[in-house]
Design a protein around this ligand. Sequence first.
Ligand code: CU
Length: 102
Amino acid sequence: MKKLIIASMLMFATMVFADGKILTVKIDGMTCPSCAASVESQFEKLDAVDSVDISLRKGTAVVTLKEGKNLKEDDVMNAVKDAGFKVIEVRTAGAELASESN
Ligand SMILES: [Cu+2]
């Protein structure tokens, strides 16, 4: 299982998320509203991010991108890392992961 996650992270290492997309970022280790607030503030620093909706219960950040702006997956990883947490998985709404289309 762990190997699969690492493999998929490598696969999408250079992935760029296009404008208007909604990303669901699964985050490890958020336990209280203060955790959520620090993740939220890191995402809000990013120019491409329109809004962030954190769910502590699900352990996710739902990130909506601005029109005409792109966000690199590395930026997502770094935002979560700077808040002191780890990304488990990033999904885009309405788009299946590339590995599933083969
Ligand atoms: Cu906390």
